[in-house]
Design a protein around this ligand. Structure first.
Ligand SMILES: Nc1ncnc2c1ncn2[C@@H]1O[C@H](COP(=O)(O)OP(=O)(O)OP(=O)(O)O)[C@@H](O)[C@H]1O
Ligand SMILES: O=C(O)c1ccc[n+]([C@@H]2O[C@H](COP(=O)([O-])O)[C@@H](O)[C@H]2O)c1
Length: 226
């Protein structure tokens, strides 16, 4: 049965549930989108807000694309889904991005909402290294999505209040932004790993192109013969 909603989409008698998908999204790929979609459906979330990081301090040892490119790729990737939208809170705040600030800002903007922070198992495993981690579980529920190649360590999971964290098995997509960047640099396709519009955006702006090959691979003598 279709749940009853009001004109603005709210369910009477229930707080709005908002998913928060934080990430560097350099570039956004289908692993991110499937994780957000699975959590939206499993937890009956009203919406999911994607929050591109401003300065991801744990990635400071490597080059990260300008925030405006990462923001626009996230907008392009999420535009077709009416439940998805993108927030600039982490970009506009400036300075290193801490999730405790993200969640405080979103709570201020949406005081009526219950927040569900969505992470992959790899990010969740490192949560005790995040700034102000003691406060995180008061601000939001946490949903850790399975990710191929990463196991959530039971001890770390046990340290998180069990009523504030859940693990969710999602369809396994062995895609990472690192691999997408490496493929683009090597002249290999990123089609179908990232949304089509994101492929076009990467090409248009020459992202990850420092080593990009401009010529197609040379065919061997026999490969084109008929
Ligand atoms: N394939 C995937 N399956 C499930 N979760 C994922 C997947 N890829 C990324 N995530 C999660 O999405 C969030 C944002 O990830 P991020 O933007 O750092 O992408 P990434 O692919 O891990 O990037 P990079 O390879 O540059 O480190 C993190 O919580 C991460 O764990
Ligand atoms: O709060 C922190 O100290 C912190 C440290 C590392 C990562 N995070 C958040 O975790 C999310 C995924 O981060 P990343 O680096 O994997 O893209 C993103 O929203 C980051 O802001 C947060």
């Amino acid at each position: 049965m279709t749940p009853v909603t009001t004109a603005n989409g709210a369910r009477p008698g229930r707080r709005r549930r908002i998913g928060v998908m934080g990430g560097t999204f350099d570039p956004i790929h289908h692993g991110h989108l499937v994780a957000a979609s699975e959590v939206q459906s499993s937890y009956d979330l009203d919406e999911v807000v994607f929050v591109p990081t401003g300065q991801p301090w744990q990635k400071s040892g490597r080059e990260v694309s300008p925030a405006e490119h990462r923001y626009l790729m996230t907008v392009i990737a999420t535009a077709a889904n009416p439940r998805f939208w993108v927030s600039r809170v982490d970009i506009d705040r400036g300075g290193p991005t801490y999730t405790v600030d993200t969640l405080r800002d979103l709570r201020t903007a949406m005081p009526d909402a219950e927040l569900y922070f969505i992470t992959g198992a790899d990010a969740l495993a490192g949560i005790f290294g995040w700034r102000g981690h003691e406060q995180l579980f008061e601000l939001a529920h946490f949903v850790g999505c399975t990710r191929p190649g990463y196991e959530m360590d039971d001890a770390a999971l046990a340290a998180i209040p069990s009523d504030r964290v859940a693990m969710l098995e999602i369809p396994a997509l062995a895609i990472s932004s690192t691999d997408c960047r490496d493929r683009q640099r090597a002249g290999q396709p990123v089609w179908y790993l990232v949304p089509d519009g994101v492929v076009q955006y990467i090409t248009k702006h020459g992202l990850y192109a420092d080593l990009a090959r401009t010529d197609p691979p040379t065919l061997t003598a026999t490969s084109g013969d008929r």
